[in-house]
Write a protein that binds this ligand. Structure first.
Ligand code: HEC
Length: 132
């Protein structure tokens, strides 16, 4: 192998390690990672269940189990932060703030939790973390 090829081989190898995608959420024996547990708490604190149901099954608002199968991350982000006021989905501007305990935006914590619910991986109701 030519030196220049070797250089790129090592460079890309390193990059793929350095930027390996972290999974959105982790579930082990019905328990979740810390950030996902926080996502559940954001869901509860924002009282989304008033319109989307306790288990995201849908009420006045659509089932988020179904919605999260089709919405892109950008669409999700917009509907949460900007809302669709004329259609009854209020804006939740405060969810743009960074959660202090995880260093992650609240809307992103929420996204990970709801994605896991939609994927059928996260059990319904109160979830607890396997991390301490
Ligand atoms: C006051 C009732 C209400 C509350 C509270 C509410 N929603 Fe909604 N939501 C709706 C309605 C109604 C729609 C459907 C809007 C439409 O027809 O486009 C909606 C739409 C959505 C959508 C887009 C669904 C899709 O398929 O396009 C998402 C995602 C969503 N809500 C998530 C949330 C989350 C997360 C919360 C809590 C932070 C929340 N909503 C709080 C009523 C509500």
């Amino acid at each position: 192998m030519k030196a220049v090829n070797l250089f790129f081989f090592l460079l890309f190898g390193f990059c793929s390690l350095a930027f390996a995608d972290k999974p959105l959420y982790v579930v082990k024996d019905g328990k979740v990672d810390k950030a996902t547990e926080k996502g559940f708490k954001v869901w509860r604190a924002a009282a989304c269940e008033r319109c989307h149901g306790n288990n995201q099954q849908g009420m006045v608002g659509p089932s988020l189990i179904e919605s999260l199968k089709v919405l892109t991350y950008e669409e999700f982000n917009d509907v949460i932060l900007i809302g669709r006021n004329e259609k009854g989905m209020p804006a939740h501007k405060h969810l743009e703030k960074i959660d202090k305990s995880t260093g992650i935006k609240k809307v992103d914590l929420l996204y990970a939790y709801l994605k896991g619910r939609s994927d059928g991986k996260i059990p319904k109701g109160r979830v607890r973390s396997f991390e301490k």
